[in-house]
Design a binder for this molecule. Structure first.
Ligand code: NAP
Length: 354
C-alpha cells in the first residue's frame, strides 16, 4: 500500500515530536512535511529540542521546517496540527479552506457545533459532522479534533459506565503531568516539591468536552449528554501521565462486578476497523489496591501508552454511587496517539485519501 503523506504542523513541540515518533513505522501514514513558528527555515535536527528517550527519526533529521502555510505543504494528503490553540485558531481554517483535512490536538475548534470532537472508541459516528461543516463553511477540506488530554482518559472510562447506568453527576479530580503544559511548560521552581491546584481553562474543558463526546448525533448536530461534570484540575511533579480520581452518581443500584465487567469488556465503536494505533483493550482494569500508579502504568497496553488503566473501583457514599481511579498517558493517548488514531478512523471511513 502507498502510504498517505502527512504534514505535521508544530512539529518541534511536545505533541509534534510524539506524532513524528509514532509515525516512524506507521503502516498507513508517513511524515512528508514539518512546520513550525520560530523554527521555520531550520533543519528539524538542528531546531528541535528532542525530548523523547529515542533518537530523532532518521528521515526527519535533515528535513526543513516550513512556515505553517498551506502553500508550503502542497505534497501532503492531510495535516496533523500540534499548534498552540491561539495559533491554531488562525492557521487551521486556512488549511481546511485550502482543501486539507486537518486532524488537530488544539482546543481552538473542539466546541464548534459543526466540528467533530472524537475518541474513536467512544463516538466514531460524530465524524459525520464533517458533511455539515463543509456545507456551512464552503470548504473542500475540514477540521476534526481530539479532546483535551485529561478528558480523553476520563471519557474512555466513563463510556461503558454511561452505557450501562443512568449517570446523574460526575466529580473528577486530576493529578496532571508537567508535559501536559508543552515545553518548557511549568517552570521547575514552581513545580518541584509542589502541587499547583489550577490549570487554566482545564476544568471547563473537561466539563464541556465530556458532554459533547458522550452526546448523541441527531439531525446534523450533537445533543449533549444530560449530566453535569465538576472537575478540579491539579498540576503535579511527574513528567508524563494524568491520574484522575472519579466519583459517579447514578439512578440505579450499582453491581460492582457488572461495572467491572463492562469496563473490562469495552472495545468501543471502532473495534472492527482494526486501526493500527488502537490498543486491543482501550481500558485495562487492575484489581491491585494501590494501582494504577503514574510511573508504573502510563505505558500499559498492547500499543504502549494508548490504553487507560482503571482501578480502585468501589461504591461511593451508597450503592447508587461509585468511585474509581483512571490513569492515561497525556502525550500518547491524550494527544499524539489520539490524533493518529483519529486520522486512521477518518482514512478507514473514506474521509481522507491520497
Ligand atoms: N502536551 C500535551 O500533553 C497536550 C495534550 C493534548 C493537547 N495538547 C495541545 O496540543 C497543542 C500542542 O501542544 P504542545 O504541548 O506540543 O505545545 P508546545 O510544546 O509549546 O509546541 C508548540 C508547537 O507549535 C509551534 N508554534 C508556536 N507558535 C507558532 C506560530 N505562531 N506559528 C506556527 N507554529 C507555531 C512551535 O514551533 P516553534 O518551535 O517553531 O516555535 C511548536 O512546534 C496545543 O494546542 C496543546 O493545547 C497538548
Amino acid at each position: 500500500m502507498k502510504k498517505l503523506r502527512a504534514a505535521v504542523l508544530g512539529a518541534t513541540g511536545t505533541v509534534g515530536q510524539r506524532i513524528c515518533h509514532m509515525l516512524r513505522d506507521h503502516p498507513w501514514f508517513e511524515v512528508s512535511n514539518l512546520t513550525g513558528g520560530a523554527s521555520a527555515g531550520k533543519l528539524y535536527g538542528e531546531a528541535v529540542n528532542w525530548l523523547l528517550p529515542t533518537s530523532i527519526p532518521e528521515k526527519l533529521v535533515d528535513m526543513s521546517i516550513e512556515p505553517s502555510k498551506p502553500e508550503k505543504v502542497v505534497d501532503a494528503d492531510f495535516v496533523f496540527s500540534a499548534l498552540p490553540s491561539g495559533v491554531a485558531w488562525e492557521i487551521e481554517p486556512v488549511f481546511a479552506g485550502a482543501g486539507f483535512a486537518v486532524v488537530s490536538n488544539a482546543s481552538a475548534f473542539r466546541m464548534s457545533l459543526d466540528v467533530p470532537l472524537v475518541v474513536p472508541e467512544v463516538n466514531a459516528d460524530h465524524i459525520e459532522l464533517i458533511e455539515h461543516q463543509r456545507l456551512n463553511r464552503g470548504w473542500d477540506g475540514f477540521l476534526s479534533t481530539d479532546p483535551n488530554c485529561s478528558t480523553i482518559n476520563f471519557v474512555l472510562a466513563l463510556k461503558p459506565l454511561y452505557d450501562a447506568f443512568t449517570i446523574k453527576k460526575v466529580i473528577v479530580t486530576t493529578m496532571q503531568a508537567v508535559s501536559g503544559a508543552g515545553y518548557p511548560g511549568v517552570p521547575s521552581l514552581s513545580i518541584i516539591d509542589n502541587v499547583i491546584p489550577y490549570i487554566e481553562r482545564e476544568e471547563e474543558k473537561m466539563q464541556n468536552e465530556t458532554q459533547k463526546i458522550l452526546g448523541k448525533l441527531k439531525d446534523g448536530a450533537v445533543e449533549n449528554a444530560p449530566f453535569n461534570v465538576a472537575a478540579a484540575c491539579n498540576r503535579i511533579p511527574v513528567v508524563d501521565g494524568h491520574l484522575e480520581t472519579v466519583y459517579i452518581e447514578v439512578e440505579e443500584e450499582i453491581d460492582l462486578n457488572e461495572a467491572r465487567e463492562k469496563l473490562r469488556n469495552f472495545r468501543g465503536t471502532s473495534k472492527d476497523l482494526e486501526l493500527p494505533t488502537a490498543p486491543e483493550k482501550p481500558i485495562l482494569v487492575t484489581e491491585e489496591a494501590d494501582r494504577p500508579q503514574t510511573r508504573l502504568d502510563r505505558m500499559a497496553g498492547s500499543v504502549p501508552g494508548m490504553s487507560v488503566t482503571v482501578g480502585r473501583l468501589r461504591h461511593g457514599i451508597d450503592k447508587r454511587s461509585m468511585q474509581l481511579v483512571v490513569l492515561g498517558h497525556n502525550t500518547i493517548r491524550g494527544a499524539a496517539g489520539a490524533t493518529i488514531q483519529l486520522a486512521e478512523l477518518l482514512y478507514a471511513k473514506g474521509w481522507i485519501s491520497r
